[in-house]
Design a protein around this ligand. Sequence first.
Ligand SMILES: [Mg+2]
Length: 368
Amino acid sequence: MTPIRGLTATAYTVPTDRPEADGTLAWDRTTLVLVRATGGGQTGLGWTYGSAACAAIVRDDLAPVVRGRSALDVPAAFEAMARQVRNIGRAGAAGYAMSAIETALWDLKARLLGVPLCALFGQASDGVRVYGSGGFTTYPHALLAEQLGGWVHDRGIPRVKIKIGESRGTREERDLHRVRQARDAIGSYAELYVDANGAYTAKQAIRMAHAMDEWDVRWFEEPVSSDDIRGMRRVRDAVRADVAAGEYGCDLYYFRRLVRVVDCLQIDVTRCGGILEWRRAAAVAAARGLEVSGHCAPQLHLHAALATPNVRHLEWFHDHVRIESMFFDGFREPVEGVLRPDLSRPGLGLDLREADVEKFRTYGGVGD
Ligand SMILES: [Mg+2]
């Protein structure tokens, strides 16, 4: 047995390139919590985006029940973590921390076996489609057009998403104006998606969806709060666009509730519990005849998505693309809107640029 020797977490906080906001939140920085799992002379990497508190949970609550276990038996380590967080609550920071550890353990296992991570599960496809995601409500028109047009016309990504629901749903006219601007920027053939981040009421979302039909909006993400299950169902049943949600899910019960009321289930591998839970959540969706979409963190989703048959696409999210391209050697770029792995590299195929990212470190560090 090769034991898991070390399990450390480090938080890095990276300022955004510009002020950013969606319908219900504004931010100017992003924190990546990186987990390193070591054993057998190899190091596996996993991460989540969230509070630096996730790093403290790794150190204080989770590492003690994972260290010393077999590096090859990832599900056993996951179950030990799931039991360990009962009293601190799995949904939220603990679930995010578990996800970072779980993905690091899969990366470690694949590196120990000398294979790309997707080879552990077997591939359902050799590439995954992505959609460009940004279009923040803080962007002036010229920047919105430049970002969206860049994805569609320069990068060949034929689907993009913008944020709407500005100021908690109180700027409907501006929302519609920006949807029109987005359509103008991408032309008539690319798919246009919107994300309200739960800013609207159900009837308001239905009215907005009907108004947005003029610009052929195909995807309406979180039209209402993801906690409003009845409202989500009302919207889904009334609109032409696909209704999508699921980005906050930390366990399979959450996804089971949501698959009853969406057209496409979003799953975030950095939140849901990791790669195995991502695939199990995709199975929950498959049992309802639904496809799934990876939420954010595209470099961490790639191998999980390759192993999952009912994947629609991954989110090429501006903030995380920028951070992951700065942080990791082996970063993959989509070609004509499709992301493919480098199968010559073991594990996730990513190596941390330690020296480059040290300036962003805000919590923990090597040698903890
Ligand atoms: Mg969203």
